[in-house]
Design a protein around this ligand. Structure first.
Ligand SMILES: Nc1ncnc2c1ncn2[C@@H]1O[C@H](COP(=O)(O)OP(=O)(O)O)[C@@H](O)[C@H]1O
Ligand SMILES: N[C@@H](CCC(=O)OP(=O)(O)O)C(=O)O
Length: 373
């Protein structure tokens, strides 16, 4: 499996704040230099490289005289505004030394939830790669309002990896991979080398951030691995603290934790349905409907629907729940108010119940349904 990583052509690398910044809010220049050198070397080998870099809030602390990340949202955003400039200036300078041009891309959640922006973003990223430019991506923390934030760059990096159909996503952290428990609190924890299937147990062993700089901890990294592997993309967590781990991973060495891609990864359109588009509500289905969907590749019909939550319109994305768990997401053909009326009915009753002539047989057609593994 590590050969697939060695042969990867398009690589998304995510690096966390704890790797890029000292706790006092100054840049860790040594690490940034190593990172830039390794990324430039990968580009020199003919690989396409995209960097998702955290660190804006952290890098703004020292210039503003803050001792730690401010609790106040506006001050955190001010810190990110200053720090993003500091970071990109340093990247631009160091990449230039290796003859590489970089592009800054700052994204908000809206950029992946609107189909139009999603496609524009994809086209721009592809154009940059063709021009041999290294895109450096971060969330636009300055304008992102808390409830509409992507919130963490692990999730952002998996979204980006899906958008550009990367071969591998590499997450560089302050730890060398996923452990059987949080090593910060459990010294007996051991490194897991490979994860072929992400289950509830995988989420249970993941704890929060290990430093004042980190945001999501291991939990958001597992979430990112889930998104990436579901999109047919391998993901690796490895240390950003050792000088050459990126090079070693890309040489196919068995370091870090490898999450193996699901070989039935979803298509571009389905990736957007599952992970890009905003969720507008949920539909709970019964046992018969769940096994038809999961085992036989069937569409969702009104007869199998038990309950409907949220307010949505035709074309919105909803979550499909069975036995308290999300099993799929899809584009719905009916509004929530119509669904409440037709749930549990046979398909031939839809027109009569809704008092309309033309109807869809399916609440969600199979082609618009993405199974969440
Ligand atoms: N099961 C686990 N295995 C490894 N690390 C874990 C685990 N659970 C929680 N962590 C914590 O997650 C931290 C990495 O996440 P985070 O602090 O957000 O860093 P980053 O800035 O690289 O995203 C580790 O330093 C560790 O303290
Ligand atoms: N966008 C934020 C970083 C968010 C984030 O996920 O941080 P981290 O856990 O360090 O990868 C910033 O640049 O400060």
């Amino acid at each position: 499996m590590r050969d697939a990583i060695k042969n990867a052509k398009r690589i998304v690398v995510k690096v966390g704040s704890s790797t890029l910044c000292y706790p006092n809010g100054h840049l860790n220049l040594e690490r940034i230099e190593h990172l830039v050198r390794q990324l430039s070397d990968l580009a020199n080998q003919g690989k396409e490289v995209i960097l998702v870099s955290s660190g804006a809030t952290g890098a703004g602390l020292a210039p503003l005289g803050f001792k730690e990340k401010p609790r106040d949202l506006v001050l955190r955003q001010a810190s990110a505004a200053v720090g993003q400039g500091v970071l990109i200036h340093m990247y631009e300078r160091l990449f230039r030394e290796y003859g590489r041009t970089v592009a800054q891309i700052l994204l908000t959640k809206e950029d992946s939830t609107s189909r139009h922006s999603y496609l524009n973003l994809r086209n721009t990223l592809h154009a940059l790669l063709q021009l041999h430019v290294i895109p450096i991506i971060n969330e636009n923390d300055v304008v992102a309002i808390e409830e509409y934030k992507i919130g963490d760059n692990d999730t952002l990096s998996a979204t980006v990896a899906g958008i550009v159909e990367a071969d591998v996503l590499i997450i560089l952290s302050d730890i060398d991979g996923l452990y059987t428990a949080n090593p910060a609190t459990n010294p007996e924890a051991t490194l897991i080398h490979e994860v072929s299937m992400i289950t509830d147990e995988t989420y249970k062993i993941a704890g929060g951030a290990g430093s004042s700089m980190g945001t999501g901890g291991m939990y958001t990294k597992i979430k990112a691995a889930h998104m990436a592997t579901n999109s047919g993309i391998h993901m690796i967590i490895t240390s950003g603290e050792s000088d050459n781990s990126l090079r070693r991973v890309c040489n196919g060495e068995d370091i870090g934790t490898l999450f193996i891609a699901n070989d039935q990864g979803v298509s571009q359109k389905h990736h957007w349905v599952a992970y890009g588009k905003r969720l507008s509500g949920s539909i709970t289905i019964d046992n018969g409907c769940a096994s038809a969907v999961l085992d036989k590749g069937a569409s969702i019909l009104p007869a199998g629907i038990i309950s409907v939550d949220g307010i949505f319109e035709p074309g919105d994305t909803v979550s499909i729940l069975y036995d308290g768990k999300e099993i799929a997401r899809g584009l719905v053909n009916y509004s929530s108010s119509d669904l409440v009326k037709i749930k549990g009915h046979n398909t031939q009753d839809i027109a009569r119940v809704l008092e309309i002539n033309t109807t869809y047989d399916e609440v969600i057609h199979r082609n618009n349904l993405v199974i969440i593994h």
